[in-house]
Ligand binder design. Structure first.
Ligand SMILES: [Zn+2]
Length: 443
């Protein structure tokens, strides 16, 4: 009989002594899971104790170049996937620089009195998916580890801060002329890359007595696209975005710009043969694009372009059929790039006495953005003209996670959680987890 079978039998016998014969597989699964969890806790205990039982050095080299002498063992406490584990570790003190050190902690990346890197990874993963209170219930259900919602918040923010640290490094690289020149020499530039930026509102905590301030969460994405736009606007949009990376922040446009540039340089956007930027027409977006990527082809997202039509129809026609017919005609004209027709048609319904006249707004919008609405040419080139990609990112980040009913975000927390969530949606979680682990080793 092999070793594992005999361990299995011991556990089974233990469970049989503990309780009556099982009634269902679910009961067996649950019991086994709990006993294995306790066993894990025990093994971790024993293992850590065993690790400290070696013959210890009386002195070790300190980072400062001096010598750290063994003082005594000191207790530590770990919050692991197998619950709380207490252990003892050797403590050394350097007489030159006065720094104390725990070689075992450093060697294993232990974080005494804090979540282990594994717990933090999973807690953060939960925290980017759902509200912390709900998340802490789910977390315990899945892992048997109970964590407060504050701990979940903390883990998620730690990942958000890691993203911010990485962005900081990217920003430094993106400002380094040598690095940019190296890219130009060595990198195979992307043939066609897309960028897009959008904003969504997040409720943040206001000082007492003040109304709740909604802050704009800005979200950007870089992506490739496959497929062709449809032949007719109402046909199915078979175009698919791929290799999407997201970035997010709650900052004024002029501070968001450097992040846009830095994440763009990561995708070699500045070298792309064709860089296509999709937006909803908000001025700050185009100003940033003009400044950072002056060669980009700017396109007003098709769906946003159409959104201006319905309010005009609403004020212009009383009958539903008339409204629908007019919208249909205008959409066709837009699709064909007949901006003069569309602008003139909107102008016809302008009423200077109307406040915030939708006809005037539409007319201004189409006039200001007409050079970004040459849809026939874009379609002929096979460009993606609908930014469903970032739209859905706003939904996934701003609405699904941050717009929790009743939630008021502390601004810093909202920023960090949105960064962590953007990184998760970009598939960066494993990389971030590696960075977090290295961090605890270096600490
Ligand atoms: Zn020292």
């Amino acid at each position: 009989m092999d070793k594992h079978t005999s361990i299995g039998e011991v556990v089974r016998d233990h469970l049989l002594v503990e309780s009556e014969a099982p009634q269902s597989l679910s009961e067996m699964e649950d019991k086994i899971r709990r006993v294995l969890w306790w066993l894990g806790n025990m093994v971790l205990h024993v293992w850590l104790r065993w690790l400290t039982k070696h013959e210890r050095e009386r002195a070790i080299a300190c980072k400062c170049g001096g010598e750290a002498r063994y003082i005594r063992q000191r207790p530590g406490q770990l919050y692991t996937l197998f619950g709380v584990v207490k252990y003892q570790r050797d403590y050394y003190l350097c007489s030159t620089c006065g720094q104390g050190t725990y070689p075992l902690d450093e060697q294993l990346g232990l974080r005494p009195n804090a979540m282990s890197a594994e717990v933090e990874r999973l807690a953060g993963l939960t925290g980017v998916q759902m509200p912390f209170a709900k998340g802490s219930e789910v977390f315990e259900e899945l892992t048997l580890v109970s964590l407060s919602d504050q701990s979940l918040d903390k883990a998620t923010q730690a990942y958000g801060r890691e993203v911010e640290q990485q962005e900081h490094e990217w920003r430094k690289q993106a400002q380094d002329p040598t690095d940019l020149q190296r890219q130009e020499r060595e990198i195979k530039a992307p043939l066609r890359l897309y960028g897009t930026v959008d904003g969504g509102l997040v409720p943040t905590r206001a000082p007492k007595g003040e109304p709740q301030p909604w802050r704009e969460l800005k979200i950007g994405a870089w992506f490739m696209a496959r497929g062709q736009p449809p032949r007719h606007p109402d046909d199915e949009w078979a175009i698919r975005a791929e290799q999407i990376t997201y970035y997010a922040d709650i900052r004024p446009a002029e501070e968001f710009g450097p992040l846009m540039w830095a994440t763009g340089v990561q995708q070699h956007a500045q070298l792309a043969h064709e860089l296509i930027f999709l937006g909803d027409g908000a001025r700050w977006i185009w100003e940033l694009v003009d400044f950072y990527f002056p060669n980009a082809i700017q396109i007003v997202d098709w769906f946003h372009a159409c959104e201006y039509l319905a309010p005009v129809a609403q004020v212009a026609f009383t009958k539903k059929e008339e409204r629908e017919r007019w919208i249909e005609q205008m959409k066709t004209a837009l699709w064909k790039g007949q901006l003069d027709t569309v602008i003139a048609a909107c102008q016809k319904h302008v009423d200077p006495n109307r406040e915030k006249d939708p006809a005037q707004q539409a007319s201004t919008y189409y006039t200001n953005n007409r050079h970004r609405m040459d849809y026939p040419t874009y379609r002929a080139n096979g460009y993606q003209i609908g930014s469903g990609t970032v739209e859905s990112a706003v939904k996934q980040i701003a609405q699904q996670r941050l717009k929790v009913p009743g939630a008021r975000w502390n601004l810093e927390s909202a920023r960090l959680v949105s960064k962590a969530r953007a990184a998760f949606l970009s598939g960066q979680w494993p990389d971030l987890a590696d960075r977090r682990r290295c961090l605890s080793h270096a600490a």
